[in-house]
Design a protein around this ligand. Structure first.
Ligand code: GTP
Ligand code: SPV
Ligand code: MN
Length: 592
């Protein structure tokens, strides 16, 4: 398949270590994909769904001990511990290689080693990068065929170069005690053992496109971010691109595929999706920041997805999609999850494959759910009705605004704009959100998650903040404007005060108008907040008092917030840029 010496050497090493019965190169062809689907069904890895209703669609159930990313078992292995920083687990590289090789040795015996050459980003794009993943899981291969661009052309583009990311995945025994997701940024290498779940095993995604790529971006002067990318088209036909970083399961896929409220659609507003999870961004020849989506599909959260909340995502899942840990409606072999519709299926199997009793279903108790809260769909981007024309172009789209956000029941207002780039970096560095089911562990606990990158930054976060500040200096007055949003403010009963979803368009319009210097705002202690009349409430059943409430910056709440940010900053020691410490002092002064 290739004469690239660095690839051949690594594959020889992997073959000797893993001892597969045979080796199969994955070529991205329809014939091979069909054959792999057939194999996966035969061995029970996939269940074939109703092919009339859901052509090319399959269901997969993971081991119940393996349903989300495992942050406590994720490591950044740099030679010096301080380079991984205080927010990552660290291990000395040689020690970790030894441990992982001992776990993986012989683990492909009696199995096939699949070799997947893939491109993150359109093949041959100057912003794209190449990886090779070996795996013993057909499920992983079929997912990688959706999520990345797999083709022999990747190897042609690579030629003799050593600039590719090595990825070893082995299912081993799906033993949670020996599960490790390890990154060796200095060697462009990823090793993942004892898991078969999404972000742990689709190595092009979080492992490469964020953890390794963030390190590469730092060294090479670009950025890899946990961001969606959307194009907002106005009635004049102009498109403004926005990149937004929200932590896992906080609304990126939904915002990326937003359908504007009817009155705005009628005026000619429209949203185009470029990406829903990851953005790679570089400064272009004109000095602006350009972004590509390195992925080729969506690995989206299923629960809550329905034709009203996210029509475009649901449409994307109607063919050639793999569902993971959703419920199976045995009446017609289709899929179901909480929030899909109100017709709880009578004859369903839950995500573990057990008969599900809808009478026992209680929304508040996750253990009674038919679908796992972190159940997902893997859908090809080409299925998305609003996929941008720019999606397959390698040049990237110019970013006008960067938006941070998270789940905060109180505290952060619906939207505010930072004073400038440096202040925006401060806002991102201080971001916090309630934890979700996307990672193993407690749900609903507020934690600081800078730029939504806490689980994904492949180096010291203090250096990461410095890199953001440096990028701002290079961009100068061409830098995107930086905002923060919060769709998740609640009343005292825990009900969301903002309708969210398509109505978030009302906030995006204010953001774009601010970029164009067309909208008003009030300056507060934390930045510029819209005046209530600046957010258009046409056709919305919402009173102005509620809007005023969610736009409020409460001095008492923010004084506590500033104290928490101060605590959070202590972790980074002297690698915290002085500019950010000064920003914190300014915030405290503004609040007093
Ligand atoms: P990852 O794929 O884990 O990175 O998640 P994501 O950031 O793409 O989140 P996604 O869009 O899948 O949304 C996760 C959950 O948040 C779903 O259950 C959505 O229904 C819910 N959600 C998304 N947008 C909104 C919103 O505007 N308001 C409210 N209340 N919920 C939302
Ligand atoms: C996330 O957790 O942010 C995801 C899903 O997008 S995973 O691929 O598992 O990381
Ligand atoms: Mn994500």
């Amino acid at each position: 398949m290739t004469n690239n010496k660095t690839i051949r050497k690594w594959l020889d090493e992997m073959t000797a270590l893993l001892q597969p019965d045979n080796v199969v190169w994955v070529d991205g062809s329809d014939e091979q994909r069909e054959e792999l689907r057939r194999l996966a069904v035969e061995c029970g890895e996939l269940f074939k769904l109703n092919q009339e209703k859901l052509p090319g669609c399959y269901l997969h159930r993971t081991n119940p001990n393996d349903v989300a990313r495992v942050e406590d078992r994720t490591f950044i292995c740099t030679s010096k511990q301080e380079d991984a920083g205080p927010t990552n687990n660290w291990c000395e590289p040689q020690e970790m290689y030894k441990k992982l090789y001992n776990i993986a040795r012989g683990s492909y015996q009696g199995r096939t080693m699949y070799v997947i050459p893939y491109s993150m980003g359109p093949i041959g794009s100057p912003l794209a990068k190449i990886g090779l993943e070996v795996t013993d899981s057909v499920y992983v291969v079929l997912n990688m065929l959706i999520m990345t661009r797999v083709s022999p052309k990747v190897l042609e583009v690579l030629g003799d170069s050593d600039d590719w990311v090595r990825g070893l995945h082995s299912r081993c025994d799906i033993d949670p005690e020996n599960r490790y997701i390890c990154h060796f940024p200095e060697d462009n290498t990823i090793i993942s053992v004892n898991s078969g779940y999404g972000g742990n095993v689709l190595l092009g995604k979080k492992c490469f496109a964020l953890r390794i790529a963030s390190y590469q971006g730092w060294k090479e002067g670009w950025m890899a971010e946990h961001m969606l990318i959307l194009g907002l088209q106005n009635p004049k036909g102009e498109v403004h691109y926005i990149a937004a970083a929200f932590p896992s399961a906080c609304g990126k896929t939904n915002l990326a595929m937003l359908i504007p409220p009817a009155y705005l659609r009628e005026k000619g507003y429209k949203v185009w999706t470029v990406g829903d999870d990851i953005a790679w961004m570089r400064i272009g020849e004109d000095g602006r920041l350009y972004a590509i989506n390195p992925e080729n599909g969506f690995f989206g959260v299923a629960p809550g997805t329905n034709e009203h909340s996210n029509f475009n995502a649901l449409e994307s899942t109607k063919k050639n999609t793999i569902f993971t840990n959703v419920a199976l409606d045995q009446n017609d072999n289709t899929v179901w999850w909480e929030g899909l519709n109100k017709n709880l299926p009578e004859n369903a199997l839950d995500w573990k494959g057990n008969p599900w009793d809808p009478a026992k279903f209680n929304k508040a108790d996750k253990s009674t759910c038919a679908a796992h809260p972190n159940s997902r769909f893997t859908a090809p981007a080409e299925n998305c009705p609003c996929i941008s024309d720019e999606f397959n172009k390698g040049a990237g789209v110019p970013i006008s605004a960067i938006v941070f956000g998270g789940r905060r029941a109180k505290c952060a207002p619906l939207v505010y704009q930072s004073r400038d780039w440096e202040n925006g970096v401060f806002v991102g560095s201080a971001m916090a959100s309630e934890t979700t089911a996307a990672a193993a562990g407690a749900v609903g606990v507020v934690r600081r998650d800078p730029m939504a990158m806490l689980p994904f930054c492949g180096y010291h976060m203090g250096d990461y903040f410095r890199h953001w500040l440096d990028m701002g200096k290079k961009l100068g007055d061409k830098a995107p404007k930086i905002f923060n949003v919060n769709w998740f403010r609640t009343d005292d009963e825990g009900n969301f005060l903002w309708p969210g979803f398509g109505d978030n368009m009302r906030v995006l319009n204010w953001i774009v108008d601010r970029c164009e210097g067309k909208a008003d705002a009030t300056e507060t202690a934390i930045g510029y907040v819209p005046k209530p009349e600046d957010i258009d409430l046409t056709d919305l059943d919402m009173d102005k008092a509620t809007l005023e409430d969610i736009l409020t910056v409460d001095t008492e709440v923010w004084t506590r917030e500033a104290a928490e940010i101060e605590e959070h900053y202590k972790k980074f020691g002297d690698r915290l840029p002085a500019e950010l410490r000064a920003q914190l002092e300014t915030l405290k002064k503004n609040l007093s």
